[in-house]
Write a protein that binds this ligand. Structure first.
Ligand code: SF4
Length: 345
């Protein structure tokens, strides 16, 4: 399968997960699943990320707006006290200059998520709401539609790193369903902790579990394998990842997932091209290029695409008078779907 098809498979898995997670049962009615793509840390980015969240806590999170809170804003909202307090007394001592904290306090006030006032020439703050503990579980999925022996081998080292770090609670590899079942030998290279999922992103909208994952110790210290020497004798270089670092990264991933969902691909593609369409593939609406007559990838659907043609200006004046042409309408449609699918609001 070409990299283009991998992109399409990835979107298909995201759409499937949004409708069907978990693959082997029903979601607890008190739990919501938020699906996002291409999220992670500086060291690792996962294709599909699912945040399982407590619905009630998520409704409280929704008060802070749909935009992600970065680590500076989180420091403010998590520590903002109930009553007016000088910000330096309220917030933990940073290991960087206080002026950055002050900027974050102003930013938080600008977004309406804390209150501030100036008292005796000091900036005081107090919280509007308590920032909730809304994340129950983080699931990472690596999509590999063609899982043959060499793909499995190539992926195994990466999955091993994911398991050792245990930043997520579950790690899966998702592959496309074919008429052949998965050869058990393919799974031998994967750590036993990683699950393997066979997904039919076409008409059936079905999936089966080829291997169940084990829950990783996400709340405990993990190991970051930074360099793996080849051969049995070689030693890997490892770094220690402490629980606080992991908790901070998990929250940052969840916040970005909450903001972006998985439909934000349109932000980096060219829906303003006259050939850009959305077409159903299975039960998921995916980008379709009318000029190339196929689902195009994000990489090829760029300003450098030789077939790119801007929407004719007349498209923008007939029935699209103010809000832009069909490209803008597609973006709005995807945004609307993202908003509709964002639970807790
Ligand atoms: S022609 Fe190129 S830019 Fe236009 S929709 Fe197709 S892939 Fe995207």
């Amino acid at each position: 399968m070409s990299p283009d098809s991998e992109f399409v498979f990835e979107l298909g898995v995201c759409g499937w997960a949004e409708r069907n997670w978990p693959p082997d049962g029903d979601l607890d009615p008190d739990t919501a699943a938020i699906v996002a793509r291409q999220l992670g840390t500086r060291y690792r980015r996962w294709d599909t990320v699912i945040i399982k969240a407590d619905r009630e806590a998520l409704a409280q999170r929704a008060r802070f707006g749909t935009r992600a809170l970065d680590s500076d804003l989180l420091r403010v909202v998590e520590n903002a006290p109930e009553s007016w307090t000088w910000y330096r007394d309220a917030l933990p001592e940073p290991d960087f200059p206080w002026r950055y904290v002050r900027e974050a306090v102003h930013r938080a006030a600008g977004r309406g998520i804390v209150e501030t006032r100036r008292q005796n020439n000091r900036i005081e703050l107090r919280r509007k709401w308590r920032y909730p503990n809304w994340i129950e579980r983080i699931v990472a999925i690596e999509n590999k539609p063609d899982l043959d022996a060499s793909a499995a081998r190539a992926l195994a080292g990466q999955i091993e790193r994911d398991v050792a770090l245990a930043l997520c609670d579950e790690v899966w590899v998702a592959t496309a369903s074919t008429e052949h079942s998965i050869e058990p030998v393919l799974l031998e290279d994967f750590p036993v902790e990683a699950g393997v999922l066979v997904v039919d992103t076409d008409a059936d909208d079905a999936a089966s579990v080829a291997w169940h994952p084990r829950t990783l110790a996400a709340a405990e210290a993990g190991t970051r394998i930074t360099d793996r020497a080849s051969g049995d004798e070689g030693a890997a270089t490892v770094e220690f990842a402490d629980p606080d670092w992991k908790a901070e990264k998990r929250l940052a991933i969840a916040e970005r997932a909450y903001e972006r969902g998985w439909r934000s691909y349109a932000d980096t593609m060219r829906p303003d091209c006259r050939h850009f369409e959305l077409r159903e593939s299975g039960r998921t609406a995916l980008p379709w290029c009318a000029a190339k007559e196929k689902h195009q990838s994000a990489a090829e659907c760029a300003g450098s695409c030789p077939k790119f043609e801007p929407e004719p200006p007349t498209w923008r004046s007939h029935g699209w008078p103010i809000e832009g042409g069909p490209g803008k309408a597609i973006q709005r449609l995807l945004d609307d779907r993202r908003e509709r699918q964002r639970p807790g609001e």
